[in-house]
Design a protein around this ligand. Structure first.
Ligand code: ACO
Length: 345
């Protein structure tokens, strides 16, 4: 990818909203047959944040949207479109969670819709929003990843209960990027921020390895006793694990190769935070130093479509992103979907 081909769309800011209630592994092990030692050694997770019963995914999304817009120094009324990536919508089917978010943010006469691509949702949503922006008059779009996974976790199932958390992250993407000051970084390939490229894939043969069995059109709930396990998340962990290590490695390799970037040219890799072992295995396969991968799974667990924008928001807050940095995101999840985005900050 050459500088002149850089798309005229860039990420202006990130924001996040994390529920206050923090549940450590120790606390969880009082009610679930597990231990801090098992969870840490198998996943890298130390705690998760859980939303209140009264909060829905849209409430988390609104918090993240406000945080991102404030950081961008913009007015909410400047927003032209809302895309929400979620696997845990406020309602089954309709209305879309994005519509509830639009109403809460006081925005009128703009498109607002959801994207469902499991934990890869944010990566899909960013690419969709970018395509939308290229071919329209839109100037600013909110791309949100928001999840209340605690609402679909069976807290009696130790295979899944320990893995997930709630939260939301948001990116403001805008057109018309201006050049940035490169300071001393004359070796940089790009001199302005912009979205460079994305790859999106699905391997539908694995659609049944991560499901919520009931409540949809295949198995609707029509009266009678609803069993908790039928409306909870089921996962073939080992199958998803093996898929994920290959998916993460393949996406990083493909995005780097087709944009003629060496791994040294990439400043940060921001992976979906599902399991630190998956990230370590992919880093080892590609011989990329682990410190190039941003990880915050220890405190937040797996927040599905929200994990990547939450991570990016934390990085922005900690000033880890510097003008000119080349950032690669990579995700995988139910579907089985996988993909990545490449952008300069
Ligand atoms: N506490 C204690 N023991 C447990 C727990 C637990 N929470 N969960 C499972 N075990 C036990 C099992 O019962 C099993 O015991 P056994 O050997 O006596 O039968 C043993 O631990 C090993 O179980 P495995 O399932 O083989 O453990 P594994 O090393 O595969 O780790 C894990 C499981 C963490 C789920 C792993 O497979 C994984 O991370 N998979 C990928 C999951 C993922 O990435 N999901 C997200 C993608 S999509 C999305 O984000 C929505």
């Amino acid at each position: 990818m050459k500088e002149e081909n850089l798309l005229p769309v860039y990420i202006r800011s990130f924001g996040a909203w994390i529920p206050e209630r923090r549940v450590t592994n120790e606390e969880l092990s009082r009610t679930v047959d597990t231990s801090d030692e098992w969870i840490r050694s198998h996943t890298g997770i130390g705690a998760r944040h859980l939303a209140e019963d009264s909060q829905a995914t849209s409430d988390l999304a609104v918090g993240a949207a406000r945080s991102a817009v404030e950081r961008a120094g913009m007015d909410m009324q400047d927003i032209d479109c809302i895309v929400v990536a979620t696997a845990t919508p406020d309602y089954v089917g309709f209305p879309a969670t994005a519509c509830v978010v639009q109403q809460a943010l006081g925005l009128k006469k703009i498109p607002a819709f959801d994207v469902t691509a499991g934990c890869t949702g944010f990566i899909y949503a960013l690419e969709i929003a970018m395509a939308f922006m290229k071919d329209s008059h839109m100037k600013n779009i909110l791309v949100i990843g928001a999840e209340k996974l605690s609402s679909i976790v069976n807290w009696d199932d130790r295979d899944t209960a320990v893995l997930f958390g709630d939260g939301a992250g948001c990116a403001v993407i805008s057109s018309e990027a201006s050049s940035f000051q490169l300071e001393d970084r004359s070796s940089r390939k790009f001199t302005r921020p912009g979205i460079i490229d994305s790859v999106l894939y699905t391997d539908g043969t694995g659609y049944d390895s991560l499901t919520v069995p009931a409540g949809g059109s295949r198995n609707p709930i029509r009266g009678g006793m609803v069993k908790k396990e039928d409306v909870s998340l089921h996962m073939d962990g080992r199958r998803v694990y093996n898929f994920a290590v290959k998916a993460v490695s393949d996406i990083i390799k493909e995005l780097a190769e087709r944009n003629e970037l060496s791994y040294d040219d990439i400043d940060w890799i921001v992976p979906h935070q599902a399991n630190s072992r998956i990230i370590q295995a992919a880093a080892k396969r590609l011989k990329i130093p682990l410190d190039k991968f941003f990880m915050n799974i220890e405190d937040l667990a797996n927040t599905s479509a929200a994990s990547i924008p939450i991570a990016l928001s934390e990085m922005q807050g900690k000033n880890l992103l510097r003008p000119g940095d080349v950032v690669l995101t990579v995700g995988f999840g139910a579907g089985l979907t996988y993909g990545g985005n490449l952008f300069t900050w």
